[in-house]
Write a protein that binds this ligand. Structure first.
Ligand code: PGA
Length: 251
């Protein structure tokens, strides 16, 4: 049995004091969590402060992006070692906002996945189709291309810890959520593609999170799907009460 993961992607929200308060509330509300993992991804500037808050908690910490070079003349970039140094153990890679707004490509995603893995960070690789692509019945092709592209440089061992997040772009921040049937369908396809990339059987242990308008009132039905192994939550992760309800799904 895989341990479900409930992850909060804070995006570009919270200055330090707000981040500390939100992280503390989530840590306090997660002390009773068993059989599932909780993770939050604040902005880079809050990672170190939030790491201190989480030190004695069972909440995991992630960055929202990284750059693949170790060091050097790359103004504005953050390396995997810098992220490790804050205490974070995970990193989100290839979020659709980065793909759509900041020129992220299959090439850059692949470099980042391998750099994260090489530095001991667990990559959370995001994939997902736009509304136009879904309407054109391209969903499975798009997701497969993003997986194959993003994982083309990944070492075999990377698949032992890899986490994938399926986030249909049309569902992110829109209040539209994929139905459990839609999510399950794509997640099943993702696992089939992973089976062709990973060593035999490893794909069965790769967690596939669903993301896109996950809320307290839809988490239970999404988590009932056999291939939905957790959630990546944006907006609803910024309110401790909502996120903690998501963390305590089906309880
Ligand atoms: P949302 O964002 O929950 O606000 O739709 C999800 C995400 O982008 O990870």
């Amino acid at each position: 049995m895989m341990t479900p993961l409930l992850a909060g992607n804070w995006k570009m929200n919270c200055v330090r004091g707000e981040a500390i308060a939100l992280a503390q509330a989530i840590a306090d509300g997660s002390t009773d969590v068993v059989g599932r993992e909780v993770l939050i991804a604040p902005s880079f500037t809050c990672l170190a402060a939030v790491s201190e808050v989480l030190a004695d908690s069972n909440v995991l910490l992630a960055a929202q992006d990284l750059y693949w070079e170790d060091s050097g003349a790359f103004t504005g970039q953050i390396s995997a070692a810098m992220i490790r140094d804050t205490g974070a153990g995970h990193v989100i890679i290839g979020h659709s906002e980065r793909r759509a707004l900041f020129g992220e490509t299959e090439y850059t995603v692949a470099k980042k996945v391998q750099a994260a893995y090489a530095a001991g960070l667990t990559p959370i690789l995001c994939v997902g189709e736009t509304r136009e692509q879904r309407e054109a019945e391209k969903t499975m092709d798009v997701v497969e291309r993003q997986l194959r592209g993003g994982l083309c440089e990944a070492a075999a061992e990377c698949f032992d810890t890899l986490i994938v997040a399926y986030e249909p772009v049309w569902a992110i921040g829109t209040g539209l959520t994929a139905t459990p049937e839609q999510a399950e369908h794509v997640h099943g396809h993702i696992r089939t593609v992973l089976a062709t990339l990973a060593d035999h059987g490893v794909e069965e242990n790769i967690r596939i999170l669903y993301g896109g308008s996950v809320k307290p009132d839809n988490i239970d039905s999404l988590m009932a799907c056999p291939n939905v192994d957790g959630a990546l939550v944006g907006g609803a992760s910024l309110k401790a009460e909502d996120f903690l309800r998501i963390v305590h799904y089906q309880e």
